[in-house]
Design a protein. Structure first.
Length: 422
């Protein structure tokens, strides 16, 4: 990190003796002044709160202590005790990941799309994996309710951290007290392990696997929307690219996925995504929204979605509600929506296409090669024969012309025990 010029330090000191210490984490005078103002307001509120209990507070000493902590890189959100996530003020505590504005932008955009959709079920079920502070289901609820009050909402946030679940419950309770009309919805938070195999042995005191936890709590097996901001930073990227305040003070558990032996075929930051896609399959969701680190990871995750037979996949940038004509699509024909960096992967199937105002895909409208490779081949074990032909079941006989035209291969067709050539 480059050193700060002495002239800037002198200017800051002339304004306020506490400002130079804040220039380290802030790097510019305007940001340092803003942080000092927020810290001073926080101290004033804390003193007022204590005075109601008959206690006194040395405000100058507390402000100096907070500035010293911030100068060491301690996150401002932990010092203030909260962070805005969209329009919501979410309580923050050490040991639980601080909500990010880019996540709020994606969740808000999704909630507005779903809130404007037709043909929603009478009860819309939203599952949030790796929920942390609970900010995602709480914001989705707030945004959806601003558009629709005729649809019942059921939201469930899941996390492996007991500290996170306790904080999420506290955030839900606080928001419910401030607006009982919006937060009357059934919103719950549950301890569970997204990565754990439900059929494997586990320690007695460890969280249950997700599927087992749903069954144990007698919660619905099927959901409509799955959202997740999982740990997605590789160990190398964590060491080299994250900010000092993130690396030193935010929970590594929420940032870096566990590295297991035998998982070399998966990028080290991508560990959670196959498990989340399996959860999406098990719960039969119609829409999936997954946060990622950057465009490269977004493309990898989008290709995972393509291989799992979703009807559509696209990548959302930091501001998905903004039009960006300069980059209409990325490699593999995956559309990129919005402005900024690649931030989320969105995929849908069935009625989910209608909810997102997308054209519903059908097997008949998709390229036959794609149908064979992604949908039919795994199910019917289609293989190329020794003479480089493809043997088809009888029900695909009518499609043989399209196969020849698109794939450029001669085609055999057969049913069980049938060896005829087309």
């Amino acid at each position: 990190m480059p050193r700060l010029p002495n002239s800037l330090l002198r200017k800051a000191r002339n304004i306020n003796s506490l400002l130079p210490a804040l220039l380290g984490p802030c790097r510019d005078l305007t940001s340092a002044q803003n942080e000092l103002r927020w810290l001073r307001e926080h101290v004033h509120k804390e003193a007022k709160r204590r005075s109601k209990k008959g206690d006194t507070l040395a405000k100058a000493d507390l402000l100096k202590t907070l500035v010293e902590c911030r100068a060491k890189g301690f996150p401002l959100q932990y010092l203030l005790g909260s962070e805005f996530f969209g329009d919501l003020e979410i309580e923050c505590r050490p040991g639980v990941l601080i909500p990010r504005p880019e996540t709020a932008a994606s969740v808000t955009h999704l909630a507005k799309l779903i809130g404007s959709a037709q043909n929603l079920p009478t009860e819309l079920r939203v599952l949030d994996l790796c929920t942390g502070t609970g900010c995602i289901p709480l914001l989705f609820q707030n945004e959806f309710r601003s558009l629709r009050d005729n649809i019942a909402l059921r939201l469930l946030g899941v996390d492996i951290s007991r500290k996170a679940i306790a904080l999420a419950i506290r955030n839900r309770r606080r928001l419910h007290q401030s607006n009982k009309d919006v937060y009357k919805t059934a919103t719950a938070f549950m301890l569970a392990d997204v990565l754990s195999n439900p059929f494997a042995d586990s320690a007695i005191d460890s969280p249950l696997p997700l599927k087992s936890a749903l069954n144990h709590r007698r919660l619905p097996a099927f959901w409509d929307i799955l959202i997740s901001n999982p740990p997605y930073i590789s160990p190398d990227a964590f060491r080299t690219t994250t900010a000092r305040s993130v690396r030193g003070f935010e929970p590594r558990l929420a940032l870096v996925p566990p590295q297991e032996a035998g998982s070399s075929h998966v990028e080290k930051g991508d560990t959670f995504y196959p498990a989340i896609f399996q959860a999406a399959k098990d719960t039969e969701v119609k829409v999936v929204l997954l946060e990622v680190a950057d465009l490269d990871q977004a493309l990898r995750v989008a290709r995972m979605a393509q291989m799992r037979n979703f009807d559509g996949v696209e990548i959302w940038c930091d501001q998905p509600d903004q039009v960006n004509d300069s980059i209409p699509e990325a490699s593999h024909g995956i559309p990129i929506v919005g402005q900024g960096n690649g931030r989320s992967v969105v995929c849908w199937q069935g009625i989910g296409a209608e909810w997102l105002e997308k054209k519903a895909a059908s097997i008949e409208s998709r390229p036959m090669k794609e149908v064979l490779e992604q949908t039919l081949a795994p199910r019917f074990e289609l293989e190329r024969c020794a003479d480089d032909t493809v043997r088809l079941p009888r029900f695909l006989f009518r499609a043989r012309t399209q196969l020849v035209d698109e794939w450029g291969l001669p085609v055999k067709w057969s049913t069980q025990g049938d060896k005829k050539k087309s």
